[in-house]
Design a protein around this ligand. Sequence first.
Ligand SMILES: [Ca+2]
Ligand SMILES: [Ca+2]
Ligand SMILES: [Ca+2]
Ligand SMILES: [Ca+2]
Length: 587
Amino acid sequence: MQKLTIAIIVGITFFVGISLMSLYAHLGSFIVQAQPFNVRGLLVNLTDEHHNWKPSKSTNVTQTNGNLTISIITEKPKKIFNRAFLQTQLNTSNTALPILTLDYASKNFLYPPTKKPTFQIEIRDVNNTKILWSAILQDTSGKLLSEIFTLPSNVLNKPINFRIYIITEGGPSHSTVSLKNLYVYRFESSYEGGPIITDPNLKLETFFKGLKFPTSMAFLGPNDLLVLEKNNGTVQRIINGTLQPKPVLDVNVAIQSERGMEGIALTKNHSTGKTYVFLYFTETKSEDGEKGSFYRDLGNRLYRYELDGDKLVNPKLLLDLPSQPCCIHNGGKITIGPDNNVYTVIGDANGHHTKAQNFKNGKDPDGTSAIYRFTQDGKVVSPTLLGDKEPLNKYYAYGIRNSFGLDFDPVTGNLWDTENGAGAGDEINLVEPGFNSGWTMLQGIWNVNASHPNSLGKIESSNHDNLVDFDGRGKYSDPEFTWSFGGVGVTAVKFFNSTKFGKQYENDMFVGDYHRGYLYHFDLSKERDKLNLDGSLRDKVADNITELQKTIFGQGFGPITDIKVGPDGYLYVLTYQGTIYRLVPSL
Ligand SMILES: [Ca+2]
Ligand SMILES: [Ca+2]
Ligand SMILES: [Ca+2]
Ligand SMILES: [Ca+2]
């Protein structure tokens, strides 16, 4: 069922004080109207609540054809700051993830004010005594910008006041500011009837249901796969669609937030004839969890196991990485390169500040913010890329904040990753040897704005003098795709190295996300060093949901944690809710 969400289109006009209105700045009209939007579930219906809009100084409130128009007047136009706000009362009577989308722009500056307007969004308690959440948006471009926020849990299940302040600086001028497409909706990333895809020639099957918080999977053979369960530290085996009675491995893991059993890759070693299973997890000493000793864990560790019948045996520790402070940006995805080396990724482990995070005067890298490359025995690959000292000698890339996706292009052998931004600026990157992703100085194509991490800083200049380059060995490059808004949480990336869906999809890139439940599809350029993007995506930036639509291949999956191609040539999608979906031809 298609529901409606509400767009608030706000037009604000300032008139210079030579008219009779010289004591007032006229702030134009506000229109509230319903617009279709492809989300299911609606948090609020603002048209029902229009009477609650409270401009600071209101003149007219009119309603025509269902559109609400409010004219606002502010006092003292010659004051340096003009500030007006709209307020409405909402009831966030629902525990689903609420997302706020705001498209805004300022236009037609005939006499430029000293600064472009700022929009300040606030969610307050119902008595207006406490600010529960706020964000500031500054228009830097004059074109339509978009911000998407995931609202925090402290605004759920209660009536709240929702305010937008419009702040101009430098006095009134002939200018028009428009604030439009404000969506506050309950976002359902998981559809009741199951996920849907856009191509009628393909269909989704439920391959397996009932895993507990699975994070990664790897195929041992046709209809035979291993799946990791994050909080149990288990490696489960599913043969011919049946979960085996006992896991092939059960280790002790920390479980808070992004900690746990995180990554798997496997390979048949040609010299030993053994099947190696590489596992990455946040290890604890004696049991799962962090009872009583929240921070007591052994580290983020990568082990190599061997498959022996229905068990994983002979663990060999290949990598022991920082896990403090608890509990995020641990990374953990693993993949085997065309060079047969092992590649894995770790983020900044919740805020490490070293040269690997582009702190020029920082300490030497401590093992965080890296994509690693090492042999299947855990040895350094020579020549090294970024430095010869431990652990930099195993760094393949650096400057990574947080990642849940790594895969090699089967055609070129290029490595690609996905990365998560702070408030916004998730990324898909081509990871060349020695790649610097830019964190903590850059995220997406923007400077990191430390004071307002939810809003993006200026678009970076081409001068990257502020970044660490390890004596010229490291090289920054912009992402090949980035989201200018938050609430995405990009996860798995997988190249579809299969002919089963025809030439159209062969070796294309599929990507998943956590918050939206989207499965994205990308074609690559002819040289395969870029994504094949056109129109408003040619800038490699999804500036709003409308632009993003072109890349969305499926939706309603819930959080996607892994994507793999099976030995049968079909695409498998793993969700955190415990289901594996298989994409197959319809006929
Ligand atoms: Ca366990
Ligand atoms: Ca980056
Ligand atoms: Ca294609
Ligand atoms: Ca764009």
